[in-house]
Design a protein around this ligand. Structure first.
Ligand SMILES: *Cc1c(COP(=O)(O)O)cnc(C)c1O
Length: 399
């Protein structure tokens, strides 16, 4: 993009920042300022808590997975049930917060990018609830792969624009949404779907997803009277993981484990694991670990879980990785599929394929721990959306 403007605000160590065209800076600065004065405002908080309780159904349970804990024969495993939220994942926490910001800014039009369609559906949902005009940018390729989610968004009253430039996927949708914002920022709110993007988005998304960790911290103390030993969450852009981790940041005894999609192998193009296999670069307006190809460009990535299929990762995770506060590992498509089946059979909970990555890491770690130790794993979403895909995969393997 043109006219790179860089500023040392909104950094996590050397990561983050605001690498955007100068035309975009006024909109981001206004948003940053508005967010800072609004987030702790008692009226705003009261409204946010109301919708989280009455519409999303929070708090989500912290459920003791007795059968799985016994089966693995090591640590006690607790599931943070974000799959039970309205619309079936953690994404609603963020869009509720952001739509309330937009409403207070006096904006009536919301735009968003979406890849697989999950964030687009969440955005369309809250726009319907608040009577906001909603436009979703989606790569044309993705609109074909995820036709049902396009229908869901339209059913919810949103307009879905199929982006036909470039590779016609998420990256092109982000570019189109940013151009819309540059042209219309006075009456338009850009709702970003993960803890990524230029400042202030990583801060905003972390704030609204931290409800996960704040609840879990209270719930685990009520249940076992002390802190957990491990927190485990899958990492795409990193919003569900940062939401779980951040409220435990100062609890030094609590270890953070982020799980990236290892896909089908360690070659470029086979995975989407920037913290495990990438290097620092600027992507979509911020600096983060990025999966790069041989020309130093953001690489093609792949994962069985569409929601994790992104070449970059949030700046705060990049910082946690560089500073050692969190560890990041990759699990393969196959391991995630095995975990998807195991949690379904052992606990009667069908997890999203994204969340199944976190569960797969639990299957590896728990048996190496003692029964006095405790793991909290975030079940970021439910797996109904993935049942047809897994059915097809298993059918192919059998035949
Ligand atoms: C979108 C999504 C993810 C990945 O996004 P993060 O920002 O990394 O949390 C994970 N799980 C589910 C269910 C999702 O829909």
């Amino acid at each position: 993009m043109r006219d790179m403007a860089v500023e040392r605000v909104g950094y996590f160590g050397e990561f983050g920042g605001q690498f955007v065209p100068s035309e975009l800076k006024p909109a981001l600065d206004h948003l940053a300022e508005f967010f800072l004065v609004t987030k702790d405002d008692p009226d705003f908080q009261e409204e946010l808590q109301y919708y989280l309780r009455e519409y999303v159904g929070r708090p989500s349970p912290l459920y003791y997975a007795k059968r799985m804990s016994e089966e693995l024969g090591g640590a006690q495993i607790y599931l943070k049930r974000e799959d039970l939220n309205h619309t079936g994942s953690h994404k609603i926490n963020n869009v509720i917060g952001q739509v309330l910001l937009a409403k207070r800014m006096g904006v009536k039009r919301v735009i968003a990018e979406t890849g697989a369609g999950q964030h687009g559906v969440a955005t369309a949902t809250v726009c319907a609830m608040f009577g906001m005009d909603c436009t979703i940018y989606m790569g044309e390729e993705d609109t074909q792969r995820q036709a049902l989610n396009v229908f869901r968004m339209e059913l919810l009253g949103a307009q879905v624009i199929a982006v036909t430039r470039g590779g016609r996927t998420l990256k092109d949708a982000v570019d189109a949404a940013l151009e819309d914002l540059i042209a219309n920022y006075e009456n338009t709110y850009y709702m970003l779907g993960s803890a990524v993007g230029p400042y202030p988005y990583p801060d905003i998304v972390r704030e609204f997803q931290s409800v996960i960790g704040r609840e879990a911290r209270t719930q685990i103390q009520e249940k076992i009277g002390r802190m957990p030993d491990y927190l485990i969450a899958c990492v795409g852009g990193g919003s569900n993981a940062i939401g779980l981790f951040a409220p435990f940041y100062d609890d030094q005894s609590v270890q953070f484990l982020g799980v990236e999609p290892g896909g089908s192998g360690e070659q470029i193009g086979q995975h989407a694991a920037p913290l495990c296999f990438g290097e620092p670069a600027v992507l979509h307006g911020f600096r983060c670990y990025t999966v790069l190809d041989e020309n130093g460009e953001p690489a093609e990535t792949s994962s069985v879980a569409a929601g994790l299929d992104y070449p970059g990762v949030g700046p705060e995770h990049s910082f946690y990785h560089a500073s050692g506060r969190a560890k990041y590992v990759a699990v393969s498509d196959q391991e995630a599929l095995d975990a998807f089946g195991l949690l379904s059979r052992k606990e009667g909970i069908i997890p999203a394929l994204e969340s199944a990555h976190a569960v797969a890491q639990v299957l590896k770690l728990a048996p190496t721990l003692s029964p006095e130790q405790t793991i909290i794993v975030n079940i970021s979403g439910r797996g109904d959306k993935d049942a047809a895909q897994v059915y097809e995969l298993l059918r192919k393997i059998k035949s």
